[in-house]
Design a protein around this ligand. Structure first.
Ligand SMILES: Nc1ncnc2c1ncn2[C@@H]1O[C@H](COP(=O)(O)OP(=O)(O)OP(=O)(O)O)[C@@H](O)[C@H]1O
Ligand SMILES: [Mg+2]
Length: 165
């Protein structure tokens, strides 16, 4: 089953991380996923779960890179964690070799992808919206067949998870 779009609400950071973890377990090398949402929406929180699901060691924690645009973590395959919040100009991303990472054999996760005004190619977009308090609405949109396939798998797994247990 492929799915074009899906939304869900999480009620805690733990829940968002768990959704990310399931995503990370399902993810395949070569995917590009764009994360958007305001400061503190939960992009890094989701990315931490993805790292966990990819098998990234706790000694290499996924954090919000303060002054770096890219952190690389090794899991089942590499996690290229970009944060474009401090991206000054488009050229800086090219200088970093973004295209090689995005076309490489890792999972590319990009926070603040919207800083690039929609010009990044991806398989999947995840927009996180705060609903107040600890509630977050996560909007998933598939941008290609691989993204749609993964989204279908994620929804199947997520709806099978009893988060209260
Ligand atoms: N349902 C939820 N999902 C995710 N985070 C939540 C949730 N409820 C509360 N939080 C809290 O919101 C904050 C999310 O921070 P996080 O660093 O993940 O945001 P971000 O989108 O990466 O922000 P930034 O743009 O600064 O990088 C954390 O302090 C987390 O504990
Ligand atoms: Mg962040």
């Amino acid at each position: 089953m492929t799915l074009q779009a899906w939304e869900t609400t999480t009620c805690s950071a733990t829940e968002t991380r768990e959704l990310g973890r399931i995503f990370g377990r399902l993810a395949e090398a070569g995917l590009v996923v764009l994360l958007s949402g305001q400061l503190g929406a939960g992009k890094t929180c989701f990315a931490q779960g993805v790292g966990d699901g990819l098998g990234v060691a706790p000694s290499s924690p996924v954090t919000s890179p303060s002054y770096t645009l890219l952190n690389i973590h090794q899991g089942r395959f590499p996690l290229y964690h970009f944060d474009l919040y401090r991206l000054a100009q488009v050229d800086d991303l090219a200088d970093l070799g973004y295209d090689e990472y995005a076309e490489g054999e890792g999972l590319t996760l990009v926070e603040w992808a919207d800083r690039m005004s929609g010009s990044l190619i991806s398989s999947l977009e995840v927009a996180i919206e705060s609903l107040g308090g600890d509630r977050r609405r996560l909007h998933f949109t598939a941008r290609d067949d691989r993204g749609g396939e993964l989204l279908g798998q994620l929804v199947r797994k997520w709806t099978a998870v009893d988060i209260s247990s």
